[in-house]
Write a protein that binds this ligand. Structure first.
Ligand SMILES: Cc1cc2nc3c(=O)[nH]c(=O)nc-3n(C[C@H](O)[C@H](O)[C@H](O)COP(=O)(O)OP(=O)(O)OC[C@H]3O[C@@H](n4cnc5c(N)ncnc54)[C@H](O)[C@@H]3O)c2cc1C
Ligand code: SF4
Length: 350
């Protein structure tokens, strides 16, 4: 591992100042993502500023919604009664990710900031513009079955791996930060960037900008997250889907939908959302919206399977969220109920 200095931050201001003054300094929270990348030689920070001791571990009522501190663990957020009852998709997305041990260590700020699982990004012998700008993209001519359908560029076709990020995008969460220029709020769907010609930049955060909380706005509808993966647990999404649905009597008042595993960021579906608003829910309507949602997909050589998979997942997520179809399988997963596991044992209240 590349040698580094380790410092424990006592205050958020101190953490921001320390990282800001050194270009190669970074924050570390649970370390479940960052340390792996350091061991693999992909990340080579000179200074690690540990923010895990900062008092950002509360879940509090905030402006009619919820404020989840940056250092709340993925496990604590997933089992919080407020999160489960009012923002079910967030709990389901967290429980569909990683393993119990990792979720116990992983922080709510670190999760959406994890890097892509593109295998070439982690292989130092391969060209990768995200790891080393200007070196090329081995995935373009390589085995690209886990790569993007939407928003990719000639420089990078990677997808974003976080399950949580997909749910936060559909729920229009806000990210509160403290940066070198003071505090600011970022709408969650604007946090992550498309690759363009700068795929080494994953988000709009400035160097030294610390996430202090994730804020969920008031929401009285139903939300739901579904994920398809290669194994029933401990695997990233091939395709996933979060739905936030608000009804007005029998009609849909507003629905927000985000897909995971298909783009460099959680992929919101504004066309499908507009098609569904004001309509009576039905399988026919949901199928039409899913067809429209994938009309602009641009498959690579090995990932066209994600188009029918994504369409079917979106229809199922809409059917289950609207109550037209009963929930099937463990929370957050599109696998059958027989799979079991921790997510399966946790009944998520509807
Ligand atoms: C084997 C394995 C399987 C996994 N499976 C899944 C999965 O299926 N789904 C899924 O979504 N995730 C999965 N994960 C990823 C896991 O959820 C993340 O590693 C974890 O959430 C990251 O949180 P952390 O606190 O450990 O972040 P760290 O590793 O400490 O940091 C991650 C990044 O966030 C930055 N950071 C941390 N805190 C802050 C802050 N407050 N402000 C600004 N920057 C900050 C760090 O600088 C670093 O760049 C898996 C991980 C492993 C190792
Ligand atoms: S898809 Fe992106 S992360 Fe993967 S090799 Fe290409 S540039 Fe690197």
């Amino acid at each position: 591992m590349h040698p580094f200095q380790y410092q424990r931050a006592d205050t958020a201001d101190q953490a921001v100042a320390t990282v800001t003054k050194t270009a190669t300094a970074t924050f570390i929270a649970g370390g479940t993502s960052h340390v792996d990348l350091m061991k693999e030689g992909v990340h080579r920070p000179s200074v690690l500023v540990d923010v895990s001791g900062l008092p950002l571990k509360q879940i509090t009522q905030h402006e009619g919604g919820l404020r989840i501190g940056a250092n709340v663990s993925n496990s604590a957020a997933a089992i919080s009664a407020d999160v489960r009852q009012r923002y079910t998709a967030v709990s389901e997305a967290l429980l569909a990710g990683a393993s119990v041990q990792i979720r116990n260590m992983a922080s709510m700020a670190g999760n959406p900031l994890q890097r892509t699982r593109c295998p070439y990004f982690r292989d130092l012998t391969q060209a990768c513009n995200k790891r080393e700008p200007g070196s090329g993209c081995a995935a373009l001519g390589g085995y690209n079955h886990v790569h993007a359908l939407f928003g990719a560029s000639d420089a990078c076709v990677a997808t974003h791996p976080s399950d949580l990020a997909v749910a936060l995008s559909a729920l229009d969460a806000r990210v509160q930060t403290l940066g070198p220029r003071g505090p600011r709020a970022i709408a969650f769907p604007e946090l992550h960037r498309l690759p363009g010609d700068t795929p080494h930049l994953d988000t709009v955060l400035e160097h030294g900008e610390l996430i202090t909380s994730l804020d969920l706005p008031p929401f009285t509808g139903r939300s739901h997250y579904l994920k398809v993966r290669e194994r029933a647990s401990y695997a990233y999404a091939l395709v996933s889907c979060a739905v936030a649905l608000e009804m007005d009597g029998p009609k849909i008042r507003r629905v927000r939908v985000a897909l995971g595993g298909v783009a460099h960021k959680p992929w919101r579906l504004p066309k499908a959302e507009a098609m569904l608003a004001g309509q009576l829910p039905s399988e026919k309507l949901f199928r039409a919206a899913a067809t429209a949602a994938f009309a602009d997909a641009k498959p690579l050589e090995h990932n066209a399977y994600k188009i029918p998979m994504g369409r079917n997942l979106l229809v199922r997520a809409l059917l289950e969220t609207s109550g037209l179809q009963a929930l099937q399988g463990p929370a957050g997963t599109a696998f059958a109920a027989s799979v079991g596991g921790v997510a399966g044992q946790l009944a998520v209240p509807r």
